[in-house]
Design a protein around this ligand. Structure first.
Ligand SMILES: Cc1ncc(COP(=O)(O)O)c(C=O)c1O
Length: 386
């Protein structure tokens, strides 16, 4: 690809000396798993997000799993979430024996539609007198957890979500894997719900040199549970009151991420400038929709996703010109084979299905050049208007 959808090389080159120095110090210290390097990163991420605690784990997927485990989610639970997200969001729910309750997205943001959540709670649930919680009428499971996902770098409508959650005693787990640095009404992603989950997968705005993740929360008890769960449930060492998992963050990753965190806002500004320029250039293009940052939202553009009703042909046209693109995501989760037993059909979540057939992520990374950007927008216009 002449212009890849993501090119990490110039970003790494810009900070290589500092990263190598950080890696050298981990090698000299030989404390490779958790330890002081991870603790320093946890402090820095807690302070960056505005959360009291941050807990380093092995991946964003594990962050979700551990957060749900800490909340006690299990086979009596149904968890509200979006069908238009990366698999991990729903994988975590299902691995604990819980049932996902999908609610469609808003086409303007690709994020869960809070009005539809309210409707689902009102029409599909009833109060459970013994617990004071809601119970799903169909499955009979308790509805006390919700996972909004901040897709592509823009938060879900968190004000409305938190108001609804408070009304119904629902714990909110933010899937902020794609949105570190994003803000919703001045609050940073990961600090708005009861617990937040971050991913440091290399494609994320803050990416490591491998897998990594973090949980953020201002709830002392939840934080303590997450810390225990990530080390097989042991506290003190070799004494297990609960069964946890092995999900520890490596010091090598923490060292790389600590360097990156210093530049995260600068990289986000670069992404936002590319997004502004893309939008300026593409907004009048025939049959193309450009992404919008909704009021109150600070979008950090982990992805810049356009929509076209000739998406597949457009993608092929760009590929032939050496321009990388990606489809996040081609098949909504309610239509995945592994969730067939839940019993959904095509047409159940029309906005998610439409997004899956129209969305196309175009090259977006901090060190994209103006020339690359122009090549991308010219090619899109040539296809759409040619
Ligand atoms: C929305 C979302 N949730 C969860 C994850 C899982 O993160 P990880 O790949 O670090 O396990 C990702 C990233 O891949 C993601 O994009």
């Amino acid at each position: 690809m002449k212009i890849p959808v993501l090119d990490l090389k110039p970003q790494i080159a810009a900070h290589r000396a500092e990263i190598m120095e950080a890696l050298d110090s981990v090698i000299d210290a030989t404390h490779f798993v958790l330890g002081p390097e991870v603790a320093e990163l946890e402090k820095a991420v807690a302070s960056y997000t505005g959360s009291k605690h941050a807990i380093g784990v092995a991946s964003g997927s594990d962050a979700l799993l551990i957060a749900l485990m800490a909340l006690g989610v299990g086979s009596d639970d149904a968890v509200i979430t979006t069908p238009y997200t990366f698999f991990a969001t729903v994988g975590a729910i299902c691995r604990l024996g819980a049932l996902p309750i999908f609610v469609d997205i808003r086409p303007s943001s690709f994020n869960i539609d809070v009005d539809l959540v309210a409707e689902r709670l009102k029409k599909g649930c009833e109060p459970d007198p013994s617990s004071g919680l809601l119970r799903d009428k169909v499955s009979g499971r308790l509805v006390r957890t919700m996972i909004p996902v901040h897709l592509y770098g823009q938060c879900a409508d968190m004000n409305a979500i938190m108001a609804l959650a408070q009304q119904h005693n629902i714990s909110v787990v933010e899937d902020a894997a794609q949105a570190l640095g994003a803000q919703c009404n001045g609050m940073r992603a990961g600090s708005i719900g009861h617990i937040g989950c971050l991913s440091f997968y290399p494609t994320k705005n803050l990416g490591g040199f491998g897998d990594g993740g973090m949980i953020t929360t201002s709830d002392d008890a939840l934080a303590e549970k997450c810390r225990i769960i990530r080390v097989h449930g042991s506290k003190p060492k070799y004494y297990h009151a609960i069964v946890g998992i092995n999900s520890r963050l490596d010091a090598i990753q923490a060292a790389v991420l600590r360097v990156g965190l210093k530049y995260l806002d600068q990289w986000a500004s670069m992404r936002r400038e590319h997004a502004r320029a893309y939008t300026e250039s593409l907004k009048e293009t025939r049959d193309i929709s450009v992404p919008v940052a909704l009021p109150g939202q600070h979008h950090v553009f982990n992805q810049y996703v356009i929509r076209s009703n000739r998406r597949d042909a457009l993608r092929k046209f760009l590929t032939d010109k050496g321009i990388g693109t990606e489809i996040y995501y081609p098949l909504p989760l309610h239509m995945q084979q592994c969730f067939a037993h839940i019993g959904h059909n095509k047409g159940d979540f029309p906005e998610a299905e439409r997004a899956a057939s129209e969305s196309l992520a175009i090259p977006m990374f901090p060190y994209l050049t103006i020339e690359q950007r122009t090549t991308v927008t010219n090619a899109i216009k040539e296809f759409q208007e040619g």
